[in-house]
Design a protein around this ligand. Structure first.
Ligand code: ATP
Ligand code: MG
Length: 196
């Protein structure tokens, strides 16, 4: 499951858990993006913070892991490169790529989009406020799954911190504490604690 995870929240975790159960997956690997080709217009939190929050959020689940692959790879993060690398690292594994309903239509614009479907089986999950639709997407290589509706987004979590509102219960407790400890998302906080 790829994402910016800025910050990781319970929408991500529930989606991963539901897909793991429905498709009998052995493991879900969360892959925080490095440089995001489609998010150049906004300031993304340093990758090391996003990686560590994802580690904190997934630590209690033995079948959730986090990969540094995209944050350690120089240049922009492309899913095709990640899937090729995973194929090399895990020969013989069946790869699945989990994505929310908002991202699904964008896949056709991704680098080497035609090839993506041969490297992994894509699973589109429902997300409140977005229609889960396979129009224009391949007949095979893609499944749609309804997951418990979590009307949570990282954008909203960041805005809540800016407004001094709580993010308790939207993100895991450890992530609430990590955000506070490092002063993330607060506009007045210079990013002097950048751990990257
Ligand atoms: P942002 O608002 O910064 O874009 P986000 O909440 O969309 O953050 P991302 O890191 O962009 O989170 O999303 C990673 C993946 O998780 C995407 O495929 C996205 O569609 C999916 N996703 C995010 N939130 C949810 C949710 N509440 N329910 C289902 N899927 C979700
Ligand atoms: Mg998003």
């Amino acid at each position: 499951m790829g994402g910016t995870f800025d910050p990781v929240h319970h929408g991500h975790l529930v989606s991963a858990s539901e897909v793991m159960e429905s498709f009998s997956l052995d493991e879900v690997i969360f892959v925080p993006t490095g440089e995001q080709p489609f998010k150049e217009h906004r300031r993304v939190t340093p990758a090391e913070h996003r990686y560590l929050m994802t580690v904190v959020a997934t630590a209690s689940n033995p079948r959730f892991t986090v990969s540094r692959m995209e944050i350690d790879r120089p240049g922009k993060s492309y899913t095709i490169d990640t899937l090729r690398e995973l194929k090399r690292q895990l020969p013989g594994a069946d790869l699945f790529f989990i994505t929310g309903a908002d991202v699904l239509p964008q896949i056709l614009t991704w680098k080497d989009a035609d090839e993506l479907w041969s490297l992994a089986h894509f699973i589109g999950v429902t997300r409140p406020g977005h229609t889960l639709d396979r129009t224009g997407l391949p007949e095979t290589g893609l499944s749609l799954l309804e997951v418990p509706a979590m009307a949570i987004s990282s954008t909203d979590c960041r805005a809540r911190v800016v407004d001094g509102k709580p993010v308790w219960y939207l993100v895991p407790d450890g992530v609430v504490q990590y955000i506070a400890k490092h002063g993330l998302y607060r506009p007045e906080t210079a990013r002097v604690d950048d751990v990257a």
